[in-house]
Design a protein around this ligand. Structure first.
Ligand code: UT7
Length: 331
């Protein structure tokens, strides 16, 4: 598929130190640890201190990814930041990150695909490296979801956390290793099921939008849940079939972490047993663009993900957006 194969040369993540536990949330809204664990699998999330923004988390992860790739900031040619919580509408978070990490030769941009931002950014970044005019790309998924969560709404505030993950992409040194294929889709008809209604050009900020709490995440959980269960499994099946593979050929299934039940239903559908599925939603909650790198990092640190493994990344999120990427791991 690619003009030249592209690999993930390094991976690094960053989460803010402060924890928000289910016990903390029990004191804030009418919920219980039991409900949250049973319905979502989440036990705790990391939350920024006031004043800390997405570019701060992204830059921490980005700097470390550059170091682990054995590169200097000036070796980076391209920065893509996947996020729905940019520091501000403009300039892009990629520009802010470029300045913070000192990647003074890089160009870049933000990519808006909600929870699919990391899979989409990986695809876009790898295609640009494959085309030959970008050598080293820094791809980051980062979100400060706590900045757009209504901590009086029990239906959403228990779900999300803050975090960042970064990878450096470069031409593969081993031709067997790298990003092998991808499959993505969007379904714009699902827009109203998960959105932040105000603050854009449709409904600019006003006293009314603030009074009506419209600058927060609104979600019709069941609609999103049903869409996610149906489409995540389906897209993984399509990508596997196109590559003459089945779930049995995969060493690890690394999904966006929104709900343990959604992850397991997709895994079941492609025949992945639980021991080959990465679940870390219990410790981080749904960090939107950061979930997949955080899950990859856990798998590497625990020894479950090793060089040569064939893995499938998959995501589903607001839009709706759905993504799936097949990778032969090389680090
Ligand atoms: O990453 C972006 C993509 N997002 C997702 O993938 C999220 C997809 N959706 C979900 O994961 C699930 O729909 C949720 C976890 C958000 C909700 O789980 P659910 O099993 O669909 O619950 P529900 O919305 O149907 O609510 C069931 C009950 C309701 O009470 P009644 O009407 O049955 O009396 C809710 O009011 O649970 C109630 N409820 C809660 N109770 C305690 C909703 N939130 C809470 C809560 N604590 N935090």
């Amino acid at each position: 598929m690619n003009v030249r194969r592209v690999e993930i040369k390094s991976l690094a993540t960053y989460v803010p130190p402060r924890l928000l536990t289910n016990a903390d949330l029990e004191k804030m809204v009418d919920t219980t640890d039991e409900w949250i664990m049973q319905r979502t699998g989440i036990r705790q999330r990391h939350i920024v201190d006031p004043g800390v923004a997405t570019s701060d988390l992204a830059a921490e992860a980005g700097k470390e990814a550059i170091r682990r790739a054995g590169l200097k900031p000036e070796d980076i040619d391209l920065i893509i930041v996947g996020t729905v919580t940019p520091d501000m509408l403009f300039p892009s978070t990629a520009c802010l990150v470029q300045h913070k990490v000192g990647a003074n030769r890089a160009w870049g941009f933000d990519l808006s695909a909600a929870c699919s931002a990391f899979t989409y950014a990986l695809t876009v970044g790898s295609q640009l490296v494959a085309a030959g005019n970008v050598k080293n790309a820094l791809v980051i998924g980062a979100d400060v979801m706590s900045s757009i969560i209504d901590y009086t709404d029990r239906a959403t505030c228990v779900l999300f956390g803050d975090g960042a993950g970064a990878v450096v992409l470069a031409p593969s040194t081993d031709p067997n290793v790298g990003i092998l294929d991808f499959e993505h889709m969007i379904d714009g008809g699902g827009g109203a099921a998960l959105c932040m209604p105000a603050g854009g050009s449709r409904m600019p900020a006003s006293h009314e939008t603030v009074d009506q709490r419209l600058h927060y995440v609104k979600q019709d959980g069941q609609t999103v849940f049903k869409f996610a269960v149906r489409n995540t499994g389906e897209i993984c099946e399509r990508l596997l079939a196109r590559n003459q593979l089945t779930g049995h050929d995969l060493d690890l299934f690394v999904s966006h972490q929104a709900n343990k039940r959604i992850i397991m239903s997709a895994a079941d559908r492609i025949g992945m047993p639980e021991e080959k599925v990465v679940i870390n939603i219990d410790r981080f909650g749904n960090t939107t663009a950061a979930t997949i790198p955080l899950a990859l990092n856990d798998a590497v640190e625990s020894g479950r993900l090793r060089k040569g493994h064939l893995i499938m990344l998959t995501s589903v999120g607001a839009g709706f957006t759905v993504g799936s990427v097949l990778v032969r791991w090389g680090i």
